[in-house]
Ligand binder design. Structure first.
Ligand SMILES: NC(=O)c1ccc[n+]([C@@H]2O[C@H](COP(=O)([O-])OP(=O)(O)OC[C@H]3O[C@@H](n4cnc5c(N)ncnc54)[C@H](O)[C@@H]3O)[C@@H](O)[C@H]2O)c1
Length: 349
């Protein structure tokens, strides 16, 4: 599969390009970014790829799949441009920062015939797979309440655009929360939201030193930030309750991701660390509690970032499914509904 990569920042450099270069069935044929230093750096990772300054330099038919890894506010314009030319696209999360953008992506795909795949690596995590199997086996019964949390100790993202609503579309909810909401929807399915209440705050962004060490070695203070660095929410959906807590920084000592699913027949609790942080839960655990007691469910061994390799392996098959674009847009709409409900409830535009 011939791959073009557009947007050559952190996620391209640290996550996708090294994996694409190693992948036996994928060849990076072109890369593009308006920053010459980013293009040069990417060029040093890949032999033989065409180095471009703009997405438009990658023409229809130049690649089988274009990875769009640009800042959130550009997703619709950049991905839409390729879809309109009949080019298949793999788009980073959040797919869009508003329903209007999703409608435009749908229109571009319809007009040009390009197909849209979403970046959803967390679904491929081994520990998430073990949790999904418990649910599929009926261990929890009818869904009642999902508690989703991802709390970093120090983990404000490095890029400037992450801290501005106009460029990021939101703060920690669209950055970390998106992954967990997507995983929940895979495991339990999405449900229409009846009501929501939420509290959002920005207590760490304006102070220096709370940055993600694995990205930048420390992020400066961002006094102009207008997104939340913490969000707590409670949503009632038509099928289950949803308790959310996300934080880019906190007084916790490790970065912890927790998914607790309470059903009529049991509760499953996964405690782990998503992402690439170096400050991790040392031993991830999955615990099942039922009428007959509590047991620890063994987790398959997994390395940091394995889910991204598995996601790449799954892409060719994802393109052969019927209506991949429709599926992607439906999933993005459902994740965005949770995001919108939380921001409305927190009174954040
Ligand atoms: N799936 C994951 O685990 C994960 C992890 C990190 C980031 N992301 C997502 O990846 C995207 C990029 O994040 P990042 O951390 O790499 O950001 P970044 O700021 O490090 O990199 C973005 C790059 O895009 C380039 N760019 C900006 N506008 C462009 C355009 N119109 N055309 C081409 N290139 C353009 C910038 O010059 C920059 O090099 C974001 O949507 C983010 O949410 C996903």
């Amino acid at each position: 599969m011939r791959i073009a990569v557009v947007g050559l920042g952190w996620v391209a450099r640290e996550v996708w390009l090294p994996r694409l270069v190693k992948h036996p069935d994928m060849t990076v044929v072109a890369v593009a970014d308006p920053r010459p230093e980013a293009v040069e750096r990417a060029g040093s990772l890949i032999a033989g790829a065409r180095l471009c300054a703009a997405p438009r330099d990658i023409g229809p038919g130049d690649a089988d799949l274009v990875f769009v890894l640009t800042p959130n506010h550009t997703h619709e314009a950049v991905a839409g441009g390729f879809l309109r030319h009949g080019q298949d696209v793999f788009l980073e999360k959040p797919t869009a920062t508003g329903a209007d953008d999703l409608a435009r992506l749908a229109e571009s795909a319809r007009a040009g015939g390009g197909r849209l795949l979403l970046s959803t690596a967390a679904r491929h995590r081994a520990d998430v797979g073990a949790l999904a199997r418990l649910v599929a086996d009926g261990a929890l019964g009818t869904p009642r309440l999902a508690e989703l949390s991802w709390t970093r100790s120090r983990g404000v993202p490095a890029g400037d655009w992450f801290a501005r609503r106009a460029t990021a579309g939101g703060g920690v909810l669209v950055d970390l929360g998106w992954h967990l909401v997507d995983v929940l929807h895979q495991i339990w399915g999405a449900a229409p939201i009846r009501s929501a209440t939420a509290v959002a705050s920005a207590d760490f962004l304006a102070r220096g030193g709370w940055g993600a060490a694995w990205q930048s070695g420390g992020t400066p203070a961002r006094p102009d930030a207008d997104v939340e660095d913490q969000l707590t929410a409670l949503l009632a959906t038509e099928r289950y309750g949803l308790h959310l807590r996300f934080a880019w920084a906190s007084y916790e000592t490790v970065d912890r991701t927790r998914i607790v699913l309470h059903g009529t027949e049991g509760t499953a609790e996964l405690v782990t660390t998503f992402g690439f942080t170096t400050n991790r839960v040392t031993e991830p655990t999955l615990t099942l509690r039922r009428r007959d007691g509590e047991r620890t469910v063994p987790l398959p061994p997994a390395g940091i970032g394995d889910e991204y390799d598995l996601h790449l392996d799954a892409l060719p098959e994802a393109l052969t499914r019927p209506d991949p674009t429709e599926r992607s847009l439906r999933e993005a709409h459902r994740a965005l509904a949770v995001v919108d409900a939380c921001y409305r409830a927190a009174d954040t535009p």
